[in-house]
Write a protein that binds this ligand. Structure first.
Ligand SMILES: NC(=O)c1ccc[n+]([C@@H]2O[C@H](COP(=O)([O-])OP(=O)(O)OC[C@H]3O[C@@H](n4cnc5c(N)ncnc54)[C@H](OP(=O)(O)O)[C@@H]3O)[C@@H](O)[C@H]2O)c1
Length: 247
């Protein structure tokens, strides 16, 4: 199947590592032009060099970042067809342990950062439309123990995505959420900690009995963003090995 990505241009935030990088890798392999971004200049430079794409340093918590990223994408490639919106995860911790500062910081990058990227990308899309994919979490549908901030923020972001799908559908703009379960990235390794028993216990509760390789997420992300997924919008697409306890 031809995904129809050749010559399309995408912004990938949180793109220097993990799920964003995995998505960017497939987009580039399928012929798309990609601008990837993250906070670390070294990380951005390494990822952009590996993929042969453009890298821009930006912190999504910065209110100016989204507009700057979209402007640079359009200036570099002459337009933009969509975005894969990923960002570092919120802090771990049980519900009553998180401070106001932790909630505010997490909201600023995870929630508002994503909202700003969508707000900046949509007006720059071509007349025929485009595609946004927000990297969320299985916490949209099911709480993850010890990740109260994710459980608190992701469902709201999912409903924001769903609202955009309603509002932008008439313009041909598709908006979907991606719900990763346990994908083997820096973030998940950090959450699991050094004891291998933690990973074994979590994997044992996943129907496929393993964590995903980031490439398995990247392929789904690229498909959802691609013209091949032209009738897919307003959906929350799990990439979780069957872990979500709901349909
Ligand atoms: N991996 C999973 O299985 C899984 C499951 C559920 C949900 N998620 C969520 O999916 C998202 C991506 O996860 P991941 O596993 O890819 O994480 P990761 O391996 O930690 O990668 C995060 C990426 O985002 C960048 N980033 C972090 N904070 C940023 C900010 N404020 N502004 C711009 N870029 C930022 C990082 O680079 P810099 O540090 O250089 O900025 C890096 O490129 C996270 O929100 C995570 O909570 C992941």
């Amino acid at each position: 199947m031809d995904l129809g990505l050749t010559g399309k241009t995408f912004l990938v935030t949180g793109g220097s590592r993990g799920l964003g990088l995995a998505g960017a890798r497939v987009l580039v392999a399928e012929g798309a032009q990609v601008v990837l971004s993250a906070r670390s200049a070294d990380g951005v430079a390494a990822a952009a060099a590996e993929l042969g794409c453009t890298g821009v340093v930006a912190d999504l918590a910065d209110p100016e970042a989204a507009d700057r990223l979209v402007a640079q994408t359009v200036a570099t490639y002459g337009g933009i067809d969509g975005a894969l919106v990923s960002v570092g995860g919120p802090p771990a911790g049980p519900a009553l342990s998180l401070t106001d500062a932790q909630w505010t910081d997490a909201f600023a990058s995870v929630f508002l950062g994503a909202v700003r990227v969508c707000r900046a990308v949509v007006p720059a899309l071509p007349a025929g439309g485009g595609a946004l994919a927000l990297v969320l979490s299985t916490s949209v549908k099911m709480p993850i123990a010890g990740l109260a901030a994710s459980n608190g923020l992701r469902p709201g972001l999912a409903m924001f995505a769903k609202t955009m799908a309603d509002e932008l559908g008439p313009q041909g703009v598709r908006v979907n959420g991606l719900l990763p379960g346990r994908i083997d990235t820096d973030r998940v390794r950090e959450l699991d900690g050094p004891d291998p028993a933690v990973r074994e216990r979590i994997a044992a509760a996943i129907p496929l009995r393993r964590y995903a390789d980031a490439a398995e997420f990247g392929r789904v992300a690229a498909f959802v963003l691609s013209p091949a997924a032209s009738y897919l919008t307003g959906a929350m697409v799990p990439v979780d090995g069957g872990a979500i306890r709901a349909l």
